[in-house]
Design a protein around this ligand. Structure first.
Ligand code: FES
Length: 258
C-alpha cells in the first residue's frame, strides 16, 4: 500500500448517477488482485472530508492507470464526479485482499454476480479469469434500465445476463431470479453488491465455492480504526471479528455474518 498523488485522466457519466474515472499514478503498479480498493481523499476548498473507499474496476499497468466506477450520492462522491482531467487526488492504495483468482482452474466456470455499485470490481476479476482460461458467466442486477452500466464490457468476457427490479431491462427481478431460472453449473461464484443479495447467494447452491465482497462504511481503510468490523460466523457470542478493510473486503461464504 502506498500514498500517492494521482492525476485524473478522464471522468465520464456512464449511467444514472454513475461515473467512470481513469486515474494515473504509481498505485496502479501496486495492484495485485481484482477486488482491491483505493481510499480517496476528497477536499472541499481547503477542508478535507473523510476519505472515500472506491473499488478498482480495471488496471492498465503499462500506462500506470486505474479505472474506478462510483455512484455520486453524498457530498464526497459528488465532488469527485466534478473533477476534471489534469486535477490530482490524494489516494491510499491498493487496499484489501481482493478476490482469490487461483480457486478455479483453466477450463472451469465462474459466475460473477454483481448488484449495482458492486458490479465494478467484478469486471477486473472477469478480465483476469478470462486471461487464465476460465469461462465467465456474468449476472448483473440493477434497479432500472437507466442504472445499467458495463453491459457490453461484461459481454466481451462471456455470457452476460441483466436483471432489473422494475423489468425495464433484462429479467424482471433480481440476480437470483436469473440464476434460479438458468440453473448454470459453475465451479465458483464471486459476488459483490448489497447485503440482501449477498445473503441470498450465500444461502443458495449456485457453485462449489462462493466468495463475496463486502461493501462497508469505512474510516481509516488500513485496519486501525475498527469502523468496518463484522462478526465471524463461527463465533456465536460475537467476541471475535474481522475487519472488512484489511481482512477483506472479500471473504469466503460462511466466514463472516452478513
Ligand atoms: Fe478502519 Fe477498517 S476502516 S479498521
Amino acid at each position: 500500500m502506498i500514498k500517492d498523488i494521482c492525476t485524473v485522466i478522464r471522468v465520464k457519466k456512464i449511467a444514472d448517477s454513475i461515473f467512470e474515472m481513469v486515474l494515473e499514478g504509481r498505485i496502479a503498479d501496486e495492484v495485485e488482485n481484482p477486488g482491491q480498493f483505493i481510499h480517496i481523499r476528497v477536499t472541499e476548498g481547503n477542508a478535507p472530508l473523510l476519505r472515500r473507499p472506491v473499488s478498482i474496476a480495471a488496471v492498465d499497468k503499462k500506462n500506470h492507470r486505474l479505472t474506478i466506477i462510483f455512484r455520486s450520492g453524498g457530498q464526497g462522491t459528488l465532488l469527485l464526479s466534478r473533477k476534471v482531467p489534469g486535477e490530482t487526488l490524494d489516494i491510499l492504495g491498493p487496499l484489501g485482499n481482493g478476490f482469490p483468482v487461483d480457486k478455479v482452474d483453466s477450463g472451469g466456470t465462474a459466475i460473477l454476480a454483481g448488484g449495482g455499485i458492486g458490479v465494478p470490481p467484478l469486471y477486473g476479476l472477469g478480465l483476469k479469469l478470462r486471461e487464465q482460461g476460465v469461462k465467465v458467466i456474468s449476472v448483473l442486477g440493477f434497479q432500472t434500465a437507466e442504472s445499467v452500466f458495463y453491459q457490453d464490457e461484461f459481454a466481451s468476457l462471456g455470457e452476460t445476463y441483466i436483471a432489473t427490479v422494475d423489468g425495464t431491462s433484462g429479467t424482471k427481478g433480481f440476480v437470483t431470479d436469473v440464476l434460479n431460472e438458468r440453473g448454470f453449473e459453475a465451479d465458483i461464484l464471486y459476488t459483490c453488491g448489497p447485503l440482501p443479495m449477498l445473503r441470498a447467494l450465500e444461502a443458495g447452491d449456485y457453485a462449489r465455492e462462493t466468495y463475496l465482497s463486502m461493501e462497508e462504511r469505512m474510516g481509516c481503510g488500513i485496519g486501525a480504526c475498527f469502523a468496518c468490523v463484522c462478526r465471524k460466523k463461527d463465533d456465536p457470542n460475537g467476541h471475535s471479528y474481522k475487519k472488512v478493510c484489511s481482512d477483506g473486503p472479500v471473504f469466503k461464504a460462511g466466514e463472516v455474518l452478513i
